[in-house]
Design a protein around this ligand. Structure first.
Ligand code: C2O
Ligand code: CU
Length: 519
């Protein structure tokens, strides 16, 4: 296990050696691993208000280099919002930046006018107040800006945070619940740095085709951190907060991951996995047995997509080391979790198709193919020459004109526009929607606002047990498809419609989004 850790870090440093200047960020010190930062919790004040301020800051991600960042009530990322089912809270979001933002509660089941989508712009210097009635079960949801077409850039620079909902049912299960001790938040993000230390981001042909791919792995804003936890059962609340990257998560010593919750809350029973795939925007809560006190790493195994196998993701990568040495693990693994409603045997007819479509992917993929992308070995380290050519398409390709960017991708062949007529959806009725992709073979984690849905068909087959609970984001790839059973309990007026979009933020910001009203 320790050997694996060292080897993984060496893989990251090896990338440094063959790097062109823009990839210098891959350096990770083998001796000084930072402690896992735990974002502070924020609860409603005496007036029921939770105050968030989007601000600029600085972080030292690279030794001796200051990186300009964005954060919420801090330098990078934001506090963990903590509320209870039944609460009425007012989210107060101040914009101390010099550009427009919004703040979206991803996974919250709330009306369209407080959802924080692209129509709820918070201009520089102003404050937006969103009263939220928390009417959904315990869950790990999150928040981030949702401005069109600059969400990707705002998130990559640091604007995002966790949002935890508690309730009586989940409290009674005896799950590990000491925040930061045996209940550990993990925000997974990949980043790439310019030589001057700035976080690289550019909307060019490669970015709008494949989405962002970084060469530095951050967990809660730290590289290869160590978490000192309780010795006992541990609960990890994992958010894939990357702009585009998906991960195959596992434990370095092969111990099981027991998935207890997906995007919208608890599963009906734990699902034991050795490898957990997670995609941009998704959350899973996972229990791991660390009663023996033996340290282990959470690792990312290479995924089966060439673009996601660029170093250091071409080999098993340690993303966080767990040292279970603190006293007293109190929680355990229950047999049963939540009572989820059964999926009805007769489903409504499909009333909406959402097809992720791309119009420049041929062009984008041709350039990547010419660079040798498809020849990248499926096993073992990537060929450094291919890596250099592919990465330089991403780092050196010129930004697209805004007009080209906004027309590049779509839903059902139509690029998003704030002015497009929202399609009407009936409120409070079970609906079956179909999600699929056009001719491209990309991965598209599709997210729908205003709901938690159930996946009722996945790639023409049965739904894997860990995806069978409440979800708000479902990944499709390799000509895949999904059908979801969804009800929208709240209204979304035409001027504050809900969004449905790809959570690869570079796809979203280049048109792969649509909007709908609910009444
Ligand atoms: Cu996490 Cu519409 O976004
Ligand atoms: Cu996509």
């Amino acid at each position: 296990m320790a050997r694996l850790t060292r080897r993984s870090i060496l893989a990251a440093s090896a990338a440094l050696v063959l790097a062109d200047p823009i990839r210098l960020s891959a350096h990770v010190s083998g001796t000084e691993r930072p402690a896992l930062p735990i974002p502070p919790e924020i609860r409603a004040d005496a007036n029921g208000q939770i105050s968030l301020t989007a601000q600029s800051g600085h972080m030292t991600f690279l030794p001796g280099t200051s990186t300009p960042t964005l954060g919420i009530n801090g330098n990078y990322l934001g506090p963990t919002v903590r509320v209870r089912r039944g609460d009425n809270v007012t989210m107060s979001v101040a914009n101390a930046l010099d550009q427009d933002i919004t703040m979206h509660w991803h996974g919250a089941i709330v009306p369209g006018d407080v959802d924080g989508g692209p129509h709820s712009v918070i201009t520089p210097g102003s404050t937006w107040r969103a009263p939220l009635e928390i009417a959904q079960p315990a869950a790990t949801i999150w928040y981030h800006p949702h401005v069109y077409p600059t969400t990707a850039e705002l998130v990559v620079r640091g604007l995002a945070g966790l949002f935890l909902i508690d309730d009586d049912e989940s409290d009674q299960l005896g799950l590990p619940s000491r925040y930061g001790i045996d209940d550990i938040p993990l925000v997974l993000q990949d980043r790439r740095f310019q030589p001057d230390g700035q976080i690289f981001h550019r909307m060019n042909l490669t970015a709008i085709t494949t989405g962002y791919f970084g060469d530095v792995m951050l967990v809660n804003g730290a590289r290869a951190p160590i978490a000192r936890t309780a010795q006992g059962w541990l609960r990890f609340r994992i958010l894939d907060g990357s702009n585009a990257r998906n991960y195959n998560l596992a434990a370095s010593d092969g111990r099981s991951l027991y998935v207890i919750a997906s995007d919208g809350g608890l599963l009906d029973a734990p699902v034991e996995l050795k490898v957990l795939p997670i995609h941009a925007g998704e959350r899973f809560e996972v229990l791991v047995d660390a009663r023996d006190g033996t340290p282990f790493d959470l690792i990312a195994e290479p995924v089966d997509q060439p673009i996601m196998r660029l170093p250091p993701f071409d080999e098993t990568l340690s993303i966080v080391s767990i040292v279970p040495e603190l006293s007293g693990g109190y929680g355990g693994l229950p047999d049963q979790l939540a009572a989820l409603p059964a999926i009805p045997t007769s489903l409504p007819a499909v009333s909406q198709d959402l097809v992720a479509t791309m119009s420049m992917d041929q062009q984008g993929m041709a350039a990547l193919r010419n660079a040798g992308l498809m020849g990248m070995s499926q096993d073992g380290p990537a060929d450094p020459n291919v890596v250099e050519r592919v990465v330089s398409l991403f780092t050196d390709g010129p930004a697209l004109s805004e007009q080209t960017q906004l027309a590049a991708n779509g839903i059902n062949g139509v690029p998003f526009s704030l002015q497009m007529t929202p399609f009407p959806v009936p409120r409070g009725q079970p609906l079956r929607w179909s999600i699929s992709e056009g001719s491209d073979q990309m991965a598209h984690p599709i997210h729908i606002h205003g709901c938690q849905f159930r996946v009722v068909r996945y790639n023409d087959g049965s739904v894997p047990a860990y995806l069978a609970g409440w979800k708000d984001t479902v990944n499709i790839e390799s000509a895949g498809s999904a059908e979801v059973l969804v009800t929208f309990p709240f209204a979304a007026p035409a001027n504050f419609p809900y969004m449905a979009h790809c959570h690869v933020l570079e796809h979203e910001d280049s048109g792969m989004m649509t909007q709908f009203s609910v009444s």
